[in-house]
Design a protein around this ligand. Structure first.
Ligand code: GLU
Length: 283
């Protein structure tokens, strides 16, 4: 299973906290890792196939920083594990960066239409259509939140998505069929696939529901329905010590593994079975 992490703060420090988050998500399994940092201008992307240590080596040479960024550990469904297929993915200009967990089932037709309109792609992933679609909306003059909503409306499949752009200092995220939680820490925020990702920084958590769209800025977050209506989700404090964190709130690892079986099975078949056509691909 892949992992998403985002850190939203006003000051520097995002790179270290994103790397900690990615390492805390390692237990989910992954084949590549990457992150995008917003530091004044547009997103800067760093990504590598393989272990997080390879990504760390790149970052040690480049030493970027900023207060806000998104990160990803990939478990590939579309396209082999390569540097180019690792997330984050961007549009042609690099103004929009996206991490995605799940599958965009209609990516083929979206990609064909985008290519017909002149978009060029750098990866084999289904994910890459998302930043290109957002960029088209931005180019039409809408704000990033509206561009994000209009793009999500076009996607079918399962996804948790987080996005940053060259515009506002904010992360835009949503989920449908893939997990996403919000961590709340005194004006800094985190988004992640699972609570242990940010437990080093906060134990206050908002569990997001399918369809929730969240816009997170330093000192503020808003959760809405896909139509933009405000929704109220309570902040809950998890009382897990670091060892419990790995158990995801269950009393025993065995119990956790039993409860994870439906998700593990879905995850294994994802990308190999097409529910629309009934095709099974087991290369
Ligand atoms: N479908 C996307 C890909 O193949 C995301 C996979 C994941 O959830 O890590 O890159």
């Amino acid at each position: 299973m892949c992992g998403i992490i985002a850190r939203i703060g006003g000051d520097d420090g995002a790179v270290d906290e994103l790397l900690t988050g990615l390492e805390n998500l390692e237990y989910r399994g992954y084949d590549s890792a990457g992150l995008a940092i917003k530091n004044g201008g547009g997103p800067e992307v760093f990504k590598r196939e393989g272990k997080i240590s390879r990504l760390k080596d790149v970052l040690a040479d480049e030493t970027p920083d900023g207060g806000l960024g998104i990160g990803h550990t990939r478990w590939s469904t579309h396209g082999p594990p390569t540097d180019a297929n690792a997330h984050p993915h961007t549009d042609c200009t690099g103004d929009v960066a996206v991490v995605h967990n799940g599958i965009v089932e209609n990516y083929d037709e979206l990609k064909t239409d985008l290519a017909d309109r002149g978009h060029e792609f750098e990866s084999d992933t289904d994910t890459e259509v998302i930043p290109h679609l957002v960029k088209e909306q931005l180019a039409d003059g809408v704000d990033p939140e509206t561009a994000f909503r209009r793009t999500i409306e076009k996607l079918s499949g399962s996804y948790a998505v987080a996005m940053i752009t060259d515009r506002e200092h904010a992360v835009y995220a949503t989920r449908r069929g893939s997990p996403l939680v919000l961590g709340v820490d005194d004006g800094d925020y985190f988004l992640a696939s699972d609570v242990p990702a940010f437990l080093d920084f906060t134990d206050d958590v908002v569990y997001l529901d399918d369809g929730d769209v969240v816009v997170v800025e330093p000192d503020d977050y808003r959760i809405t329905t896909p139509d933009g209506e405000a929704v109220d989700r309570s902040v809950q404090t998890v009382e897990w010590d670091p060892e419990d964190a790995g158990k995801g709130g269950y009393d025993h690892y065995m119990l956790k593994e039993i409860h994870e079986q439906p998700a593990a099975l879905r995850q294994t078949l994802r990308g190999r079975a097409d529910p629309a056509t009934g095709d099974i691909r087991l290369e």
